[in-house]
Design a protein. Sequence first.
Lengths: 845, 188
Amino acid sequence: MTQQQTEMVTVTINGQQVQAENGRLLIDVAEEMGIFVPRFCYHPGMKSVAVCRMCLVKVEGMPKLVPSCSTPVADGMVVETDTPEPAGAQEDMLEFLLINHPLDCPICDRGGECPLQDQTYAHGPGSSRFVEPKRTYEKALDISQLVVLDRERCVLCWRCVRFSDEVAGDRFIQLVDRGSGTQILTFSDEPFDSYFSGNTIQICPVGALTASTYRFVSRPWDLKAAPSVCSYCSVGCPTTNESRGDKLVRVQALPNENVNDFWICDKGRFGFHYVDAKDRLSTPLVRDGDDFRSATWGEAVAAAAEKLGGGKVGVIAGGHLTTEDAFAIQRLARKTIKTPHLDARIQDDGAAYERTLAYSGVVGSTATINDLDGARSIVWVGPDPKEVLPVLYLRLRKAVLDGGAKLIVVSPRRLSLDAFATHVIRCEPGGEANALSALTTTAPVKDDLAAPLVACWSPANPGRETGADLDSLLKVAVEKDARWLVCAPHAGSQGMLDMGVHPALESGYRPIDEPGMDTRAMLEAAAAGELDALIVVGADPISDFPNRNLAQAAMEKVGFSLVIELFPTETARLADVVLPSTAAPEIEGTLTNLERRLQKLEPLTKSPGTAREPWRAMADLARAMDDDWKWTSFADVWAAITKEVPTHQDLDVAALAQEVPPSALQYESGTEEQPGPRGPVVAGPGGQYPKGHRSGAPFKTASWPLSWELRQFEAKQRPGHIPDAPEAPEEKVGAGADAAAPMSGEGFVVYAGRQIYDEGAMVSRSSVLHALSKGAFVELNDEDAKELDVTDGDEVTLTAGNNEMTATVVIADISKGAVFVPYDQKGLRANELLGAGGRVKVAKA
Amino acid sequence: MALPEILNGMKVVITNVFKRKETISYPEVRRQPYPRFKGRHILDRHPDGLEKCIGCELCAGACPADAIYVVGAENTPENRFSPGERYAQIYQINYLRCIFCGLCVEACPTEALLMTTEFELSGDSRDELIYTKEQLIVDAPIIRHWPAKTEYSPDRSEKVKIKDGGMVRDARYPENFLPDTRTGKGSE
Ligand code: SF4
Ligand code: SF4
Ligand code: SF4
Ligand code: SF4
Ligand code: FES
């Protein structure tokens, strides 16, 4: 991006002179000076509409009061926000708002952290002159599984409407009627189908929109909060976890303009109930015939350590683990057990992230998410980001619609991005590489491939990843002098690559001369009885690996298996020793997101029973194998990481520690420490408020220190490392390379992809979300559908090998000869179809 | 010699022997506390039997001793505990913590929480002194007495004197506060 020189102007607000960038909004400039102007409709994440009229201020020379949320500053402006004239207007606005407000704060979930309450305290009249009956509506309406609407409380600020329209792009809520009859409603004839609806709850300045999962659960003063990071996908949205007692009750977005702006997806917000699922493992289990018996931690570790000492051992790790776990896993494998066979790619089996190494010296992204905003063009190759990396979808949408970037999408099927893409290129599954190679030479696409360009890739071909598409994309990127976002799908995937849980890479992206086996090769070896022991940490290959039978056979045939898991998954049920693991809200740890930003998780709740972090399990195993790492705390692990991982050696992990600032949940009103214009808002009997009262000071998104970028360290180590004539890596690393199904043959090519809500171990244990999963469907091209004589909504049977499944037909824009099936849905196990050769016969049921 | 001091001391003893005794032999003899003595709490009901408490947690929020624990839940048509949407699924007061300040009673928006004059709160275990909703809630609504007071008419132009026993109405629950001649002594 080019640095634009902004003109500075001088404004006077409440007698204080200040320099501000020309054109900035008065409300923001005042806020930065510590002068808080009350507001309802203004939200820094959306465009101003100035409908609530709460932020009226007096500007010298203007005939009337002006709304500060839509007035840009100009040179010489003299503004008053708290003199009798604007203060009186603010008071009157509040009196108007309260005319029809039901004032049912005692039963309202927003009570105690409500901007309307706070601002009425600070700026409102002490009493109301309105004695007539209020307008009433039917109380709580469930407008979706997740959101409850109370129209009486709405102050008509349009925030939710603007969010759904401007930010999410899936209009699901609207203001209808006029005058005092104006009310907020959803469209009755359309399903409420949004992956981002929870954000409206967080931005609604009153309790009109509340969360069904948080209904009457708690009060803000009961809550303990800790900053954390969502562990569902690799966007890594910062969140605040909040607990009442020791029970996690709410997750909210923690704004960070570098990552998630102000938003998180509904999976991140409502998908936390897995932490206290009934079947959560709380004690180690040791096989006892066909069953398990509970054991002490020491007993289970000793039993496992005994079997891991010699022979051929493989290690498979999952995508939701922390950086520390990743480091411990590779240390146990490489240093203690001395095995080269370890991998963390399961669903994305074969994804050749390491191909970026030749071009940039790092495995993974060179761009940041923020680079999207300044891009002229963006290329997307991969799965549907709305399903897989939801908040990245919002950022892509913003980059295109607000930033004016040209979006080029290469995909075998219609993605949600197509709606605002400039060019959409359809290819057959696995044909992305060829399509990409043609990009730079084909008009009109080539004219829109202009720097600054961000090339985005994420693995999208489970079961047939070859890395060829990433290669082609990187060639395009290098040719166009672009940066890239190479997105490993899960929250912990990038950390696994950084820490060297990879058969061909040591930590710090150091290639190994003699690579070990990758996931597929390990499973094949195990199934053939050639593997003596298998350690599976936080992964469920039987459900997730794109060949279910192979994973099942491997778990059955392997000499010994140790599984570290949260739940008794299908894989864990076949293990010899099972150790209980911890969930993200319970631990101190770090996660590295898709742009290689390291973010800290702070612990909040306790893990059940004797469950421990996987890194502790690794350290205990090592100790039992006479290799005492002497790790007892998070800091010890980091002491080892900074010593052993070259990319992380200068990292000061203590600097990432952060408390939830009182302002993080709200960006309204004032606090005792930083009062609004008329003194502290918080008040209460005996002065004991605020007892954890967190309706805070104006929130600033800039310079949020919760994260740290690896980039700054690489810059030091590999100055400008982009080789002139990059050589494409020849062969796919690791054994068992070729899983690619031939494009010709009988039946349809299976193209599978994850959906936001699936049968995954975590999300399926959050009942509200599980109910929203789409179930078994299959996308067919309309020509193919005609040939099969089926239409939308018909049932078809999919047959592959011995597997037969039924699914509902969805006619979609997908390359001919291919079918799209969701990866892991009830009644439709794509990994069985993929395992049986990657082709299916489709017939009308 | 110490004799004068001893005699002086005995004088205090002897004069007190003939004074009227302040101590009573509790528990055989009990003294009636003053009507506004702040003792153990009760949760009131509406005349139709529904609970007044709506589980709002304002009492818990106001409590300086952190003695109250409330967990709200939603009424359903089949399972209705209180008017409106919300009721207290769990309501506990920990009398090991309570300092009988009455701030909770002041905070209660529905006048569900009241204090009685009962002060005999002791027990053999800590658990016993955490009173649950079942212990706190009354079986039948309490009839209360409202003292005389002066109110303003709606347009604030004139003062209206409400005599002792005058009807004070809550707009939403009209039968709520009935005139009564008893004093505000709680449930007994
Ligand atoms: S529902 Fe909330 S966010 Fe939406 S318009 Fe009403 S007050 Fe604003
Ligand atoms: S986008 Fe990803 S990281 Fe962000 S909240 Fe959703 S699942 Fe979590
Ligand atoms: S009387 Fe005071 S200390 Fe006791 S519960 Fe009520 S508020 Fe708490
Ligand atoms: S007793 Fe009163 S203040 Fe306490 S929860 Fe019930 S209604 Fe609310
Ligand atoms: S008019 Fe400015 S905040 Fe609503």
